[in-house]
Design a protein. Sequence first.
Length: 176
Amino acid sequence: MKDFAKAAEEREAKLRELRGRRQQQEHTFRVLSEMIADPSSHQDPSRQANIHELEQRRERSRQKREDLRFELDHLREAESVLLHEAQADLAEQQFDLTKVASRIAESSKRAAWGAFAAALASAVATVYGAVQRPSPPVCNPAVVQAPPPSPPPSVDVSVTLDGRRLPTKTEKRPRH
């Protein structure tokens, strides 16, 4: 960024210099135009020398202006190259950051799966250990001394009093 700011400041300085020279040239051109328009100026040798000197200044100014334009174009081109390089560097850094973020995400995903696998292994080991160990007997003195309760008498509702069997709801009754 410092290079861009420095290049921009240099360019602005060159532009100010060019504007100042242009104003000076316009003033010189006006003076020359007035001298050329005045016929008496052709006869005065000091004016002729002044005109010649002004024309030489104008030519030097034109040459300097062309040189400054060339230099300004060169600076613009250099600025463009620097900007392009900076953009390429930025893109490369963004790509590197994307790769790092991807690796971090992949690593955290592996860590999450590892934690899940560890929890699953712990749960399986707990269940396996519980199955492998015999459970201790429950010793309740009341249960141990009392005989088991007898089941309630069952009544088969599908048999009639005379011993015939009744069909269930899903079976059809036989026709007599």
